[in-house]
Design a protein around this ligand. Structure first.
Ligand code: AP5
Ligand code: MG
Length: 214
């Protein structure tokens, strides 16, 4: 399975990706997570990316494409992977096609997780993430058993810097303008699948699995 996860900020790409990892044993390549790790580590790349991320804008294609190409060359990607939050615009999608062709690979699917706009703000302002294992929680929808502590690994939960209302609004605009056109891009290639991303997370996951193995 070599797939791209598409969907607005807060649609549940990361949530479903974590379940796909557990189920299929393939790695998640989240450009957002890789960039946040670079910011936290204070690398030159992280310093360059931070101002874009804080504004809710896309980091430059050059930076992101370099990260993805390096990651796809790692051995664990031979058995498949989940691209989460990449590609983010048509230029990245076209560049990905070239990178994959050079590695002798192609995508097996692109899955769009669709959620009405009205639900996204609450999901994002309520999101809490584990510093240890990356597990996602939500103060409105899926609380951990103990406040601020991850059920899975006991790690500390944190709120993302870009999950502030003003930045979320910008991220949603950027999604509409730059990323939503990719739904058509993959439809034209004949590999687009769509799932409604509202309701019970496990129920959505069942539908995701059915779509992806079809
Ligand atoms: P990125 O980290 O990719 O963020 P995003 O696309 O804005 O998406 P999110 O991670 O916010 O949402 P998600 O769909 O993963 O939702 P989640 O599962 O967490 O990118 C961040 C920034 O990095 C960008 O703005 C940009 O600056 C930069 N960047 C990243 N990639 C880039 C690229 N390729 N090019 C350029 N720049 C790039 O769920 C959200 C919440 O909802 C959670 O609390 C979860 O518990 C809850 N939830 C999930 N499912 C449900 C459900 N069914 N019902 C109720 N709640 C649910
Ligand atoms: Mg995510």
């Amino acid at each position: 399975m070599r797939i791209v996860l598409l969907g607005a900020p807060g649609a549940g790409k990361g949530t479903q990706a974590k379940k796909l990892i557990d189920n299929y044993g393939i790695p998640q390549i989240s450009t957002g997570d890789i960039l946040r790790q670079n910011v936290a580590d204070g690398t030159p790349l992280g310093k360059e990316a931070k101002s874009y991320m804080d504004r809710g804008e896309l980091v430059t294609d050059r930076v992101v494409l370099g990260l993805v190409e390096d990651r796809l060359k790692k051995d664990d990607c031979k058995k498949g992977y989940i691209l989460d939050g990449f590609p983010r615009n048509t230029a990245q999608a076209e560049a990905l096609d070239k990178i994959l062709a050079s590695l002798g690979m192609s995508l097996t699917g692109a899955l769009s997780v669709d959620v009405p706009k009205d639900d996204l703000m609450k999901r994002l302002t309520g999101r809490r993430t584990c510093k240890g294992c990356g597990q996602m929680y939500n103060i409105y929808f899926s609380l951990p058993k103990k406040e601020g502590v991850c059920d899975k690994c006991g790690g500390e939960l944190f709120q993302r810097d870009d999950d502030k209302e003003e930045t979320i609004r910008k991220r949603l605009d950027v999604y509409d303008a730059q990323t939503a056109p990719l739904i058509d891009y993959y439809k034209k290639k004949g590999i687009l699948k769509s799932v409604m991303g509202i309701g019970n997370i496990d129920e959505i996951f069942k539908k995701v699995c059915t779509l992806l193995v079809r």
